[in-house]
Ligand binder design. Structure first.
Ligand SMILES: [Zn+2]
Length: 262
């Protein structure tokens, strides 16, 4: 156990360092208020707004592609979860191994239910299957994730509803791995803000980069995508929500943003 921990610390530091070049540039541009314009001008940025499918996955950077909500949708009322799936025209749902959101939901179950499901992985898969059935969409399976810690220093707060965080696509464009919160399909800001807060909590905690995320020096980036033709999901409106989330992290989370290409 101890050895594994040391090994992890080493691997976590490696993942952090690999992204240092990108993030030191991001921090400088954030200071000069040019980060949003820079991202808008990236070659191939439009390809990041063409989803290959509309299946829901967790907000996790290790469950990339498609649409995203914590769990997915395990932390909201069932009614809200179903509404979100409908609003997004979701065509499938995945659960995943080691889901932190499923862990939070599992902890809130009665003791009898916890005994029945044994662990949060079983509960996460059960919940995804059950809500898929109610929504009339297919359950697509329980995703295995690699590595078993989080490697994202950024979360996307997506007002466009079509940002694709597939690893290969991000790499081509030159963006780092990122959590995605599909803000566009939340009928109210509250649940989306909770999810952004969970992403930042994970990244700055023991399952993510922990102490490597430092206030002012190496903060986590909450990157907002404003909808181009939308008042409801405009950049300024969503930036205000993200700023509100960041306040709770005492300088460890910074907010920036850009407008979707279409
Ligand atoms: Zn998860």
């Amino acid at each position: 156990m101890g050895d594994e921990h040391v090994h992890d610390a080493h691997a976590i530091l490696e993942h952090f360092k690999i992204q240092e070049g990108i993030f030191s540039d991001f921090y400088k541009m954030h200071e000069r208020e040019t980060l949003g314009a820079f991202i808008e001008s990236l070659n191939g940025i439009k390809t990041l707004f063409e989803l290959a499918d509309r299946r829901f996955r967790c907000i996790n950077e290790r469950t990339p592609g498609g649409l995203h909500a914590a769990g997915p949708v395990i932390l909201m009322d069932e009614e809200k979860g179903l509404k979100m799936l409908e609003k997004a025209r979701a065509d499938g749902i995945y659960s995943h191994a080691g889901c932190g959101a499923a862990g939070l939901a599992f902890a809130k179950l009665s003791e009898a239910d916890r005994r029945f499901f044994v662990n949060s992985d079983n509960y996460g898969a059960f919940y995804a299957k059950a809500i898929a059935k109610k929504a009339g969409i297919p359950y697509k399976g329980h995703l295995q994730v690699e590595p078993h810690f989080h490697v994202a220093r950024m979360a996307i707060y997506d007002g466009s509803g079509c940002f694709d965080n597939s690893i290969a696509k991000l790499k081509v464009v030159g963006l780092p791995p990122a959590f995605v919160i599909s803000r566009r399909y939340h009928s109210e800001s509250e649940n989306a803000m909770i999810e952004a807060s969970i992403a930042a909590t994970i990244a700055t905690g023991d399952h993510g980069f922990g102490g490597l995320i430092k206030a002012d020096k190496t903060p986590f980036v909450l990157l907002v995508i404003g909808g181009r033709y939308s008042k409801e999901f405009s950049l300024s409106k969503l930036m205000t929500e993200a700023e509100e989330v960041a306040k709770g992290f005492k300088g460890k989370v910074i907010v920036d943003g850009f407008v979707a290409p279409f």
